[in-house]
Each structure stands twice: as C-alpha cells, then as structure tokens.
Ligand binder design. Sequence first.
Ligand SMILES: [Zn+2]
Length: 122
Amino acid sequence: MRRISFNALQNLIPRMIAKLPKGKPAPAFHVVAAAFSKKGNLLGIRMNNWRNWSFTATRKGTGLHAEAALIKEFGRRIDVIYVLRVGNKNDILPVHPCESCQNMAKKVGVQIIPVHLELGAD
Ligand SMILES: [Zn+2]
C-alpha cells in the first residue's frame, strides 16, 4: 500500500475542495474523496451525491458516497482512497467512512484513509 507524501496531501486538499459545488445553499458539510492507483497516480475525485450528503446515509436509494462512487468507477485499479469532510468555511472536519463503503473497499482491496487522521487531527 502506497501513501502519498504529506506535501502531496497538502496539495491535494485544495484540489478536492475545488470540486465542491459553489453558489448553492450548502449543507453543513461535504464529503469528497480522491482515488490513487498503485503507481500513485490520481484516478479521480468524486463527492457525495448532492441529495445525499448525509454523514451516515447508507440506505438503498439514498445515493452514493464519494468513496463508493470511486470504487464503482475504478474498482481494483484503486490502491488508496483519501476521504475528506469539509465544512461551509472550507474547514477540515473529522470523517469516518461508513460500514457500507468499508465493506465495498475491502472486497476490492482498497484502503480508505480519512484525511483528518493524516493531518494529525483526532
Ligand atoms: Zn459510505
């Protein structure tokens, strides 16, 4: 498992935040995730479905979490997924991938890494 460097992560965060919708009445936070290949290439950045930004929504029909969207799109090409929760003021919040995404990731050998932990937050 290859992790990106701390500097690369610092560069990634603004790129992830830049993907978030602007000028809309925003929910309290967004979740955005970035997938990297085993060679360390960025495969894609996806966010939680707009209608389904809920932190723990896992019920069927409630949309896709950012991590799940990446796994569905890139599957086993992914090595690691960095997941970031961003507040309305672009503040970085703790995030805990849900059981559904964790199980999906485990099946295809993907590791999900919460960004706030990499930054040394609790
Ligand atoms: Zn999830």
